[in-house]
Design a protein around this ligand. Structure first.
Ligand code: CTP
Ligand code: MG
Length: 252
């Protein structure tokens, strides 16, 4: 029996976290502690608890080597063994993803698919990864974890008054991970760079621009992104519950 083609993960952790600055000298959000471990450590443990994920490429900021080493040293041996050497990111998320993809794809003909994930989303359930990988293995080249929008959506004018209600039917909120054919997403990122398109905030938007069809699969409420102080407070409340699921799912 031949084994299925490999799936690697790319974790972008090169941002500065400007919306969540606790103090002028505080670390970027992906290195802040949750139950004593850096956010990035939780993110990497969650990905590495998924048997489908082979290697993990992390993209970091040039100023963060010491913080990254601390996060790496806190990993379980199994997770640490899957890390590729970290590479330096760019000024935008899009640039950081592209630089990570270029590093992880050179000379890796054995890897067919990649899941791209935000370091700032530490609570990733294994089922979401399973759904993404299943869609990729069934032939999709771009797959997005997303949640249906349940709130009523309003459009506001500059005066702060509602100008209308947006029909939410068929609307989904995009999360990460987002899964792709590795060669296809590398080509899409190169094409965006060549075309001067530098403002994509997620990779399925870039993939759509490049002509790939994006499949939606169900994400998870707990995979919210830590963006503000309130999100960090929420994550500090949620971490113990997530740690319990991680232990159950971790390989013996
Ligand atoms: N990211 C990155 N390189 C960048 C910008 C963002 O690798 N130049 C990463 C972040 O580290 C994060 C993810 O992309 O894990 C999502 O971005 P976001 O939540 O916007 O993080 P920051 O850009 O760090 O935060 P802010 O926008 O508040 O400055
Ligand atoms: Mg940002």
């Amino acid at each position: 029996m031949t084994s299925p083609p490999l799936v690697d993960a790319l974790v972008v952790a090169a941002g500065r976290g400007t919306r969540l600055k606790l103090a002028d000298d505080s670390a970027p959000k992906q290195y802040l502690p949750l139950a004593g471990l850096p956010v990035l450590t939780w993110t990497l443990e969650a990905l590495c608890a998924c048997p489908d994920i082979h290697r993990v490429q992390v993209v970091i900021h040039a100023d963060d080597h010491a913080l990254y080493d601390e996060a790496r040293m806190a990993l379980s041996p199994d997770a640490a063994a899957r890390l590729l050497p970290a590479v330096t990111g760019g000024d935008t998320r899009q640039a950081s993803v592209r630089l990570g993809l270029e590093a992880m794809s050179s000379g890796r003909d054995d890897v067919r698919h990649v899941l791209i994930h935000d370091a700032a989303r530490p609570f990733l359930p294994a089922e979401v990864v399973t759904r993404l990988v299943a869609a990729l293995r069934a032939g999709d080249l771009a797959v997005l974890a997303a949640l249906p929008v349940h709130d009523t959506l309003k459009r506001a004018g500059p005066d702060g008054f509602a100008t209308g209600t947006v029909d939410r039917s068929g609307l989904w909120a995009a999360q990460t991970p987002q899964g792709f054919g590795l060669a296809e997403i590398v080509s899409a990122h190169r094409a965006a760079l060549a075309a001067g398109e530098t403002a994509f905030t997620d990779d399925t938007s870039l993939a759509e621009w490049a002509g790939l069809k994006v499949r939606l699969v169900e994400g998870a409420a707990e995979t919210y992104k830590i963006t503000t102080r309130a999100d960090l407070d929420r994550a500090r409340m949620d971490v113990d519950r997530f740690a319990a699921t991680l232990n159950r799912n971790a390989p013996a």
